[in-house]
Design a protein around this ligand. Structure first.
Ligand code: P1T
Length: 379
């Protein structure tokens, strides 16, 4: 029998410590391991860039909750993304990227990999004809974010996987906004899942990290080779914090979703709000697909305000309980202005975001306090 999500999040890769019986994997703060004679490894561990037991626990747990063959933990989400590109692509190859995505992801393609000859085209991934038309014989990856950061766009993972595979490309899904609790892209045909574990998986705004989960063991092995060869690994303390966060992901996500739904209701009724972006709303253009591939609709809510950029900035500055800051997915609510903050690196590009946009990461505080703060910030 396959164990349930909550059981896997708490137990996969986390058997009691063989030496002491400790029920939580210890922080193996160690760089190297004593060998019993040259090449005689006691437990498979040789050097902590290659593998470390605390990181292994996180990697196994991530593979289990995403339903993949191999999990890998990195120093950040961008380090994980970079490892995918360097493993799968070579100069001259082509990648289709979303026309709405985290600004740092766009910067990685536009300012780092393009210099090394990797070509990319930003495409509206909810338009299958447009995606089909953008594919070239050199296309190696269709790179998906769903829901997107910060416009909460939704694309059809199963349909994109089919399209990618028909042309010999891989489907890579950044599952950061949904988290593995709400959406499992590998079961829908994706080849690699990417996470900024800094966000919902870690869940407490106290650690930066990234993860990859590959569906296929051979691809997982190639990614692991590059993880070791490039070296942007998660340290043992960071891996431990992330693993601790993962254990409560399911209960946190339920509350994030409950609170986000209430926030959406408030925003929809507010005269200063001209549009609300949340895939849980029946009128959201991606609602049907989101309902098909997500358990619920998440804790991220964006909205556009009357009065343009100045008003959006003013609302961000007035919020108190919603802390003004970048990042998302922690227990505490955050507010930000994507145009000037998280997505400033996409200014002037096809991924530029509207100036009147405000993004909320709805936390798990008391909902009445959150609604009161938004009401005063919007007044
Ligand atoms: O920050 P890092 O752990 O390197 O992860 C990058 C990243 C990747 N993918 C998505 C969807 C992301 O949202 C991020 C990071 N995003 C923010 C810091 C932010 O505030 O949007």
């Amino acid at each position: 029998m396959t164990e349930g999500f909550e059981t896997l999040a708490i137990h996969a890769g986390q058997e009691a410590d063989p030496h002491t019986g400790a029920v939580v994997p210890p922080i193996y703060a160690v760089s190297t391991y004593k060998q019993d004679g040259v090449g005689g490894l006691r437990s498979g561990y040789e050097y902590s860039r290659s593998a470390n037991p605390t990181r292994t626990a996180l990697e196994e747990a991530m593979a289990a909750v995403e339903g993949g063959a191999r999990g890998l933990a990195f120093a950040s989400g961008l380090a994980a993304e970079d490892t995918v590109l360097r493993t799968v692509c070579k100069p001259g190859d082509h990648v289709i990227i979303p026309n709405d995505a985290y600004g740092g992801t766009y910067r990685l393609f536009a300012k780092v990999h393009e210099r090394w000859g990797l070509h990319y085209d930003p495409v509206a991934l909810d338009n299958m004809n447009a995606v089909g038309a953008a594919i070239t014989p050199k296309t190696k990856i269709i790179w998906v974010e769903t829901p997107t950061n910060p416009l909460l766009g939704v694309s059809d993972i199963a349909a994109l996987a089919e399209l990618a595979h028909d042309c010999g490309a891989l489907l890579v899904v950044d599952n950061t906004f949904a988290s593995p609790y709400l959406q499992q892209p590998l079961a829908l045909g994706a080849d690699i899942v990417v996470h900024s574990t800094t966000k919902y998986v870690g869940g407490h705004s106290d650690v930066v990290g990234g993860a990859l989960v590959a569906a296929d063991p051979e691809l997982g092995e190639q990614l692991a080779f590059h993880q070791n060869a490039m070296g942007a690994v998660a340290g043992p303390f960071d891996a431990w914090l992330t693993l601790r966060g993962l254990k409560t992901l399911a209960v946190r996500m339920e509350r994030h979703c409950d609170n986000a739904e209430r926030v959406v209701d408030l925003l929809l009724a507010h005269p200063k709000v001209i549009s609300v972006l949340y895939p849980g709303m029946p009128e959201h253009p991606g609602h049907e697909i989101a309902a098909k591939q997500m358990r619920r609709f998440g804790g991220m809510v964006s909205f556009r305000v009357a009065g343009g950029e100045a008003q959006a900035v003013e609302i961000c500055n007035r919020a108190k309980l919603f802390t003004l800051g970048e990042s998302l997915g922690g227990v505490e609510s955050l507010i930000e202005h994507p145009g000037r903050m998280t997505h400033a690196s996409a200014a002037g590009s096809p991924l530029e975001v509207p100036g009147d946009l405000v993004r909320l990461s709805v936390g798990i505080e008391s909902i009445d306090d959150l609604l009161a703060d938004l009401t005063q910030a919007l007044s």
